[in-house]
Design a binder for this molecule. Structure first.
Ligand code: ADP
Length: 602
């Protein structure tokens, strides 16, 4: 199944939001249930002293015999004490479970991500992963550590209060619950009224998120060229959100405010007293019968408000669980544990390879290309022709949709990744250094490298001298006491590749991203490194192109010409036309200008 197909199939099987949440919480499901039960039981036990107080008051007023006062008092104190212990234990237990879950989620997500195709990362901003690992895991903490136990406690209070009050006097108990029922009806109505604005509200919120990312990413442009588009986009998103928020709140707030005032303890107390007086006048109850209601009923207000308040967080937590779940179910790169047989040589071969990032949009079409051992193959073509995609496929950032790529006669899919990356090294334009020492960054692929090997690799990559000027030399940490320029980072990445000494090298030549002096130093290091290896180079430089054993001209994902420099010139094709444009340093630019010329002639 192709990459894009497997993604599509995955989307079809995407679980419903509820089940994403359930699946994420599954490892601690038992603990969640147990902790919630303990919290509920603890709350019920802590409620019992209220009944005890009513009993003792009745005895003090001589309404009942006082012989059980002491046992009731001791029972109430014990119940309060055990309730406190159970609640505290439930809190501790749920936080320990939450800690386990957080730990499990972070580790299993990272483990999963270390097995996904490298190409997966090219489609995503690192912000997405950060958001899942930090923000979403944090959001789930609110759910696991607080939501379930709080809901259980609130239900505990409501249920035990209802049972007690109905036992005391069912008629007064029935009317006591009228304000609470009215609250839910008004609340539901208010949110129904706001429902039509809810989608706009959430769309507005995600627009702000995107605009913030864009704004922060565009800060250098904003600072250099003034605000303009980036600023405008952000302002529009903020204005749209403010409008959506206003519409939502004006639709919801009146109803919610009325509902909230109905379940304030004072309103409930007033209502019970009024009903109590009426019942006394009707001769249904005696004045003392109102006491348990006055003591207990106002205590139901807080849990009711708490339930409505805390369920708001559920929607956010559900979104977090969905994002985490989709990260944890990212399709993996299938790879064997071991390499079944040794490759015959270091020949890299593309056999009728087609690939598209999205379904129906082919970027490479039926590309066949062989790079014999020790040869230099330069890929040239206009920007967007598919050169980098070809290089990424050779590095198994993703698998071809059709056709295959072999190394020494063995399909890349049959290499475990550590075996593959020992054989195929790469130096790409986008350099990734990790937050670790220079030494660790160089030895990333060879953990047991000696200091001497690391220094030799750094010398070969022309970065040794610069490292020696850093405060702690090779132990200086990237981003802390090692602030390197783009060109210097590139040289560290060359040292990293050099250390592995791979027989094949995939090279995306540096273009304008580094200054001329840096580029010369990088080129010198690369030429030394490339010597004697099978080289696939996305060529921008004249000398690489002229001296290559094979030049491949790529256009709209197809190889339209290939051969040596002289052969291609002699065949008077596309390459020759480009060459005749003369004096070019960057073939992509020449291709673009040739395209412009052709379209002007049309
Ligand atoms: P080149 O290296 O020749 O400039 P690329 O291989 O980078 O070309 O890109 C070829 C085409 O694939 C372009 O149209 C580009 O927009 C598209 N493309 C490149 N990377 C991605 C990606 N990660 N997701 C979707 N499309 C992509």
């Amino acid at each position: 199944m192709s990459n894009s197909e497997s993604l599509r199939t995955k989307n079809l099987k995407e679980p419903k939001p509820e089940s994403a949440l359930k699946r994420v919480l599954k490892p601690i499901k038992g603990q969640l249930i147990l902790a919630s039960m303990l919290a509920m039981l603890g709350t019920i036990l802590m409620f019992i002293p209220l009944g005890g107080i009513v009993y003792i008051a009745e005895a003090a007023l001589g309404k009942i015999s006082s012989e059980h006062v002491w046992p009731v008092f001791i029972g109430s104190v014990l119940s309060l004490f055990i309730g406190l212990i159970l609640n505290t234990f439930a809190e501790y237990y749920i936080h320990a479970a939450d800690n386990n879950l957080t730990h499990h989620l972070r580790l299993s997500t990272i483990k999963r991500l270390s097995l996904v195709p490298l190409g997966w990362f090219t489609n995503r901003a690192s912000g997405d992963v950060k958001r899942a690992m930090q923000d979403d895991v944090g959001m789930l903490h609110d759910l696991t550590a607080h939501f379930f136990t709080t809901i259980a406690r609130a239900f505990g209070v409501i249920v035990i209060s209802a049972i007690y009050l109905f036992m005391m006097n069912w008629k007064l108990a029935l009317v006591t619950f009228i304000p609470f029922i009215a609250f839910f009806m008004l609340y539901g109505k208010a949110f129904k009224a706001g429902g039509e604005f809810m989608d706009d509200f959430f769309v507005g919120m995600s627009k702000i998120d995107n605009a913030v990312v864009e704004f922060v990413g565009g800060i250098p442009v904003v600072k250099t060229f003034g605000s303009g588009e980036v600023h405008r986009g952000f302002r529009n998103a903020v204005d749209d959100f403010a409008l959506a928020f206003l519409k939502l709140t004006s639709a919801v707030s009146k109803g919610v405010a009325t509902a909230n005032s109905i379940v304030s303890p004072l309103t409930v107390l007033g209502f019970i007293l009024a009903c109590g007086i009426l019942f006394i006048e009707l001769g249904w109850i005696v004045p003392f019968d109102v006491v348990p209601f006055v003591l207990v009923a106002p205590g139901i207000c807080a849990p009711i408000l708490m339930i409505t308040f805390i369920t708001h967080g559920l929607r956010n937590a559900t979104g977090s669980a969905e994002r985490l779940h989709s990260l944890m179910t990212t399709p993996l790169l299938t790879q064997p544990e071991t390499l079944a047989s040794q490759p015959e040589n270091s020949e890299l071969s593309f056999n009728r390879v087609s690939y598209g990032y999205n379904a129906g949009n082919k970027i490479l079409n039926n590309v066949s290309l062989t790079l014999p051992e020790g040869s230099v193959t330069a890929v040239v073509g206009a920007s967007g022709a598919g050169k980098s995609t070809l290089a990424r496929l050779a590095l198994r950032f993703f698998d071809p949709d059709s056709g295959n790529i072999t190394l020494g006669g063995i399909d890349l899919k049959n290499y475990p990744s550590h075996e593959l990356y020992q054989r195929v090294g790469f130096v790409l334009q986008e350099v990734r250094l990790v937050h670790a020492s220079i030494k660790e960054n160089i030895a990333l692929g060879k953990k047991d490298a000696t200091q001497e090997e690391i220094e030799n690799a750094a010398k070969a990559a022309n970065i040794h001298e610069r490292v020696m000027t850093l405060p702690r030399g090779y132990d200086s940490v990237i981003g802390e006491d090692a602030q390197l320029s783009g060109g210097e980072e590139q040289r560290v990445s060359i040292a990293r590749a050099t250390l592995l000494n791979p027989p094949i090298l995939v090279l995306d030549e540096a273009t304008a991203s580094v200054d001329a002096e840096s580029e010369a130093i990088i080129q010198e290091a690369l030429s030394r490194f490339a010597k004697g290896r099978t080289l696939l180079v996305i060529a921008h430089r004249l000398d690489t192109i002229m001296n290559a054993d094979n030049i491949v001209v790529l256009e709209e994902g197809e190889i339209i010409e290939s051969g040596k420099h002289e052969e291609l010139l002699a065949s008077s094709g596309r390459y020759a036309a480009l060459w005749q444009l003369g004096g070019f340093q960057d073939l992509s630019e020449s291709t673009a200008s040739l395209n412009d010329k052709e379209s002007a002639n049309d």
